[in-house]
Design a protein around this ligand. Structure first.
Ligand code: 2AL
Length: 164
């Protein structure tokens, strides 16, 4: 969608245009309320600043919309399609890597009680596995911050693709 169009939409329509970027309604609403934007850079900067305020409850809310790394999202909705694109490196990964990722996901969920989240676009399967193994050593507080940073990166990539 063109930025000029996004600027002009009614608030509810503008919110649904960006809803698939992240399942955090207050972020969607605050970004819509900050319109109009002069440029895509200004839009992304506002989205980034708002995302830097996220807390642990926001991470929990957003995670529901992110399938595990290596588990192909099966839905027909926009998030599932985006996720399949983002995670395409895992579809090419060999069986051993897929299995190691599955075990890593289980270990991560047992340790932190939530799904391992990483910006998959731009990373190979090996790189994601190495990150998972590194982050398993984090304490809860630093891990929560890393997960929130990854969520912000995914969200901004989606926003950049959505509105030009
Ligand atoms: C995802 C996803 O669906 N796309 C992405 O970049 N990361 N999922 C995840 N568990 O990290």
């Amino acid at each position: 969608m063109e930025l000029t169009r996004f600027n002009q939409l009614a608030p509810e329509e503008a919110q649904s245009a960006i809803a698939h970027c992240v399942a955090i309604p207050h972020w969607q609403q605050a970004l819509v309320a900050a319109r109009p934007f002069d440029s895509s850079a200004a839009l992304l900067a506002a989205g980034d600043a708002l995302a830097r305020q996220w807390q642990s409850a926001d991470l929990q809310a957003a995670l529901a919309a992110h399938p595990r790394i290596g588990e192909r999202a099966s839905g027909a909705d926009k998030e599932a399609a985006l996720s399949r694109g983002e995670q395409s490196a895992m579809q090419q990964a060999d069986r051993a890597l897929q299995q190691a990722m599955q075990q890593g996901n289980q270990a991560y969920e047992a340790r932190f009680g939530r799904v391992f989240l990483i910006r998959a676009r731009g990373r190979s399967g090996e790189q994601m596995l190495a990150e998972l193994q590194r982050r398993l050593e984090n304490d809860e507080q630093s891990e929560q911050q890393e997960a929130l940073d990854q969520l912000r990166e995914i969200t901004l990539l989606r926003l950049k693709e959505t509105i030009q």
